[in-house]
Write a protein that binds this ligand. Structure first.
Ligand SMILES: Cc1ncc(COP(=O)(O)O)c(C=O)c1O
Length: 407
């Protein structure tokens, strides 16, 4: 390894970042299947408990396999960024059992009963439900508005001094709406709000929210970071190291949404090829979007890389590439959606996204089946809407599968 102070490239961090050689000289960090850790003496236990000596205590609090994944992702989110003093940005990450567990830790670690979070209406469904159905029972309400209109965001903040946190998901699941992180983060800072970004869809390969001085970034690592669909996971990354080490760590340990060594190993293994996968995902997605755009069986293609997407300019400003997720509307409505899904041979009919193989789902007959049609249409989930997470297969095979399924 180069000298500790020589900055590593992004791809090298994917491979080596966060790795600490262990005593048995295993090439890769093993799966530490141990719930607890031993001490040489009572004095050593005191030192580890006090934090004077680095060491592991109990796996709900962390273990070496988990630490490697955490450190790697923190390094990727901080890649090339500087803090206000011009030093390389230091971040701390805490791995969780799921994206939702990570989001809960971050929210409950920053908001108290009587405070509110302010967010945009297009959000991952789980977060939407958490904000509308669970948090209010704990005294934390959500104000949900349109974040595209920055004046409205400012008015909402000024009108309510109980708003404590600005929650941004961009690009958003499932609509791919994109929000201007720089402008919103500046507004949040101006009014002393905690600013956090769900970076699941973009990943640090495409977008680094800490560039805009946000406070937290969260991921569902289940998606592109793992990349192989082998484990559910989530992560919170923060730049206030003291707050991360104390308040957020305490919340994580006591809520108990911890990850485990096996899932962390799968995540680290997936991250080793992360940048190569992401580039291929993105290249394939652009070709798929262009193919779909000219197909006469398609009414509309939602892809941030196409000029007709209302948020294309925002995506261009803050993302290295418009990403690998798109959706399109089949002209034949619900029946066309069902027929299309049933004919696929290469692409897989499954929810989720970010796995190296292409995943396709028909919202009206799957994820949104239980949502009233009028409500679904309000959110742009039309009868023939297909969501697609473009994989890294040979793109010709993806295209010919789409062609035959639409035939
Ligand atoms: C943007 C976004 N955030 C958070 C989550 C929740 O992640 P998990 O399913 O890993 O709990 C999801 C899940 O799809 C998501 O798409």
């Amino acid at each position: 390894m180069p000298d500790k102070n020589t900055p590593l490239g992004f791809d090298t961090i994917c491979l080596h970042g966060g790795h600490t050689p262990e005593n048995n000289r295993a090439h890769l960090t093993p799966i530490y299947a141990s719930s607890t850790y031993t001490f040489d003496s009572a004095e050593q236990a005191i030192a580890v408990f006090k934090g004077d000596e680095k060491g592991y205590i109990y796996s709900r609090w962390g273990n070496p396999t988990i630490s490697e994944a955490e450190e790697k992702i923190a390094l990727l989110e901080a890649f090339g960024l500087k803090d206000r003093s011009g030093n390389p940005l230091q971040l701390k990450a805490i791995l969780h059992a799921s994206g939702m567990a990570a989001i809960c830790t971050m929210l409950l670690g920053n908001l108290k009963a009587g405070q509110k979070l302010l967010t945009h209406y297009s959000l991952y469904g789980g977060m939407h439900e958490l904000a509308e159905k669970i948090l209010p029972g704990m005294g934390i309400e959500a104000t949900i508005i349109d974040f595209h209109d920055v004046n409205k965001v400012q008015d909402a903040i000024k009108a309510d001094n109980t708003i404590g946190l600005l929650y941004i998901e961009t690009p958003a699941n499932p609509t791919l709406q994109c929000l201007d992180i720089e402008t919103l983060a500046a507004l949040g800072r101006k009014y002393g709000l905690v600013v956090c970004v769900d970076n699941t869809f973009a990943t640090p390969y495409l977008q680094q929210p800490f560039r805009y001085e946000v406070d937290y970034v969260m991921h569902s690592t289940t998606k592109f970071l793992n990349g192989h669909g082998t484990a559910i996971g989530g992560i919170v990354i923060g730049k206030d190291i003291d707050k991360m080490t104390h308040g957020i760590t305490k919340m994580h340990r006591l809520l108990g949404g911890n990850s485990n060594a096996f899932d962390a190993f799968l995540l680290t293994n997936g991250l080793r090829t992360f940048s190569l996968r992401m580039q291929r995902h993105c290249d394939n997605a652009m070709q798929v979007a262009k193919y779909l755009e000219q197909h006469n069986g398609i009414a509309l293609v939602n892809y941030l890389g196409l000029a007709n997407h209302p948020d294309a300019a925002i995506a261009k400003k803050q993302m290295k590439h418009p990403g690998a997720v798109l959706s399109f509307e089949l002209k034949g409505g619900f029946d066309a959606g069902v027929k299309f899904i049933n004919k696929l041979r290469v692409c897989t009919n499954a929810v989720s996204l970010g796995t190296c193989d292409t995943l396709v789902s028909h919202a009206a007959s799957s994820t949104h089946m239980g949502v009233a049609r009028e409500k679904r249409l309000e959110f742009g989930i039309t009868d023939g809407l297909i969501r697609m997470s473009v994989g890294i297969e040979n793109v010709e095979d993806i295209l010919s599968d789409l062609e035959q399924a639409m035939g």
